[in-house]
Design a binder for this molecule. Sequence first.
Ligand SMILES: Nc1nc2c(c(=O)[nH]1)N[C@H]1C(S)=C(S)[C@@H](COP(=O)(O)O)O[C@H]1N2
Ligand SMILES: [Mo]
Length: 326
Amino acid sequence: MLIKRSPNQSAVPFGSEITPQEVYESRRRFIQQMAVGAVAGSALWEMANRKAFAQQTPAQKLAGKANPAYTILDKPTPFKDASGYNNFYEFGLDKSDPAEYAHTLKTRPWTVSIEGEVKQPMTLDIDSLLKLAPLEERIYRLRCVEGWSMVIPWVGYSLSNLIKKVEPNGNAKFVEFTTLADRKQMPGIGSRVLDWPYVEGLRIDEANHPLTLLTLGMYGQTLPNQNGAPVRIVVPWKYGFKSGKSIVKIRFVREQPKTAWNVSAPSEYGFYSNVNPNVDHPRWSQATERRIGEDGFFKAKRKTLMFNGYNEVASMYTGLDLKKYY
Ligand SMILES: Nc1nc2c(c(=O)[nH]1)N[C@H]1C(S)=C(S)[C@@H](COP(=O)(O)O)O[C@H]1N2
Ligand SMILES: [Mo]
């Protein structure tokens, strides 16, 4: 199996079917790219040297009131797996890289600018976001397009609370989320694996769906940096890459946003990316998944559920061909 690459891009992507050899090679390419990139020298050197005693930003308690309406009964993934096995390419391609390197992310002060087709554009800092609506704890399944899933108790509130506050106008048909891209804090930005910054998007009705969570914490604490501190989105019925980490800008727009993974590999990652066991990724099946921290590699995989089990979103897609709009 080949990793797809175009002349301009080296999409070293998600790959449950990537062989160890390919992982090794893509990692080597990534490191080479980092070395030639402007990040280079110091950041890389720092990373290599700090590896042994990487420090996490100390977490602070962040409680949310349990919301049973949005809590699944699956056993939560152990914290050490949820915070140790991550995709956050700004910090490297290996699943262990974000936990090792994301301590360089400075999460305070932090502001999110909300702009575009809204009557009340505004810039909010983390303290304002923490106070904007009552914090809830919701236990969600999150499934990565690579074929693994986790069950995480998130702390946050429906994004719709924020949307209401900025008053979108009639032109606001989509919402675009832009995440931080700062070479000084993020060693992976030197690589060309994606066209930074990482951008994701939702249709306005998807963004307003009560399940879409503006997320500030997990496991009763502020988010670990590797999970997208200080603020991220979690969209549980879509593949994990739709849930952008470390968001700095939320823009309301007329046209469907150009999203990072769709730009990088349009035949593999669409705009919708609803979890769908009936639509295979071009290079692997999406019918089953492995639950991180629970199932061993040799245990039977779980069946992937349509919309990741969140059937209440189905009505947003009636009449939409989900094979075409993957
Ligand atoms: N900014 C940014 N957000 C991101 C990613 C990334 O590389 N950069 N990876 C995505 C992918 S592929 C997944 S599966 C989820 C993983 O979230 P978690 O590590 O908190 O489980 O984050 C998503 N958000
Ligand atoms: Mo993912």
